[in-house]
Design a protein around this ligand. Sequence first.
Ligand code: NAD
Ligand code: PRE
Length: 360
Amino acid sequence: MSEPAARTLTGPIHVIGAGLLGTSIGLAARRQGITVWLSDANPEHVRTAISLGAGEAAPADGVAQLVVVAVPPVHIAEVVVGALETGAMVTDIGSVKAQPLEQVSDQVDDTVLSRYVGSHPMAGSERSGPLAASAALFDGRPWAVTPHVHADPEAVALVEDLIALCGAAAVRLSPVEHDLAVARTSHLPHLLAVLAAGQLTEALPEHLSLSGQGVRDVTRVAGGDPDLYGQIIRANGVTVAELLRGVREHLDALIAAVDAPAADDLAEILARGVAGTQIIPGKHGGVALETGPVFVLVPDHPGELARLFADVGEIGVNVEDLRIDHDPGRPAGLVELQVEAAAAERLRAALESRNWTAHR
Ligand SMILES: NC(=O)c1ccc[n+]([C@@H]2O[C@H](COP(=O)([O-])OP(=O)(O)OC[C@H]3O[C@@H](n4cnc5c(N)ncnc54)[C@H](O)[C@@H]3O)[C@@H](O)[C@H]2O)c1
Ligand SMILES: O=C(O)C(=O)C[C@]1(C(=O)O)C=C[C@@H](O)C=C1
């Protein structure tokens, strides 16, 4: 049997910016035993990240093998340039790639620039700061690596090692192509969620009491930090504005279709939406698994969730996704387990036989 390939990334990794993303990277790397140094403009964030187990305070004069810059977009270039001055290999995990590369290349020569390779994990949350971090944030997620023409292959390899040790899947593409892609898969959806969430501010409170899972699904990301998302959208503004103009045309067509009850256009527009949902790849970049829900009523007692998961594990069904809603009418939570569609009925029946109240 052949030996597994030796890992080039052995550490230390220096994470600058111990917020949601930086602390999650620290936790994921510590899970693999790599030394992680942490620093942040806010010392409280470093203390919190250390207490969570994401690493240790960065030594004043240490040189890391790889510096990971995880600060807001407007600060990325200045922090990358500072990190390059230490002689280390450097990546950033900002949401837009062409602009920071251009800003860094304006300040350093091509030999220094070769040690910088940008990247971007397609995983996150609407929350910010170290307390929202998780070691599992990147498991099975795509993570873009965006080498430029002067990039040192060793730097690219180190970044791809980081991605692998965080449990994510590297996707290589140019910085410009990356920005075109995320304009459609991340930035535009974010703004559409903002519009959907924003119109709720005009609702009567008694109407809001009818908020179900649908509105939560469509609006979740709109809860993200407006300052951070403002910076992300501005850094990719030309492409995002172009997509928004396309959406305006689709919105006009939608209004016309809704106004004309007899036309087939509405059905066509709705079908296009279904088609869009079906081409989003599944985890690990594979074909999306067809899943179905199993709802389980869980009493509000300590240990009940652990008992449910132990039972699901013994039944042998993999949980693809999970959501917990609190039942306003009784002291119980409604847990929605998303499992492979073909296994949903078997799981429901097996849970019922173990005295859980379950339905599909
Ligand atoms: N939030 C997401 O879902 C997500 C996903 C992928 C990538 N990103 C990118 O990751 C980066 C960080 O986002 P986040 O969600 O972790 O934000 P965050 O607010 O949780 O963390 C940012 C951290 O950077 C620190 N910081 C700010 N300026 C600094 C500086 N000059 N030097 C050192 N530290 C500084 C802040 O104190 C904070 O702790 C952003 O560039 C964002 O585009 C975010
Ligand atoms: O899951 C979420 O909360 C996210 O919005 C994560 C998300 C995305 O759009 O997929 C948001 C912005 C980042 O640049 C990368 C990932």
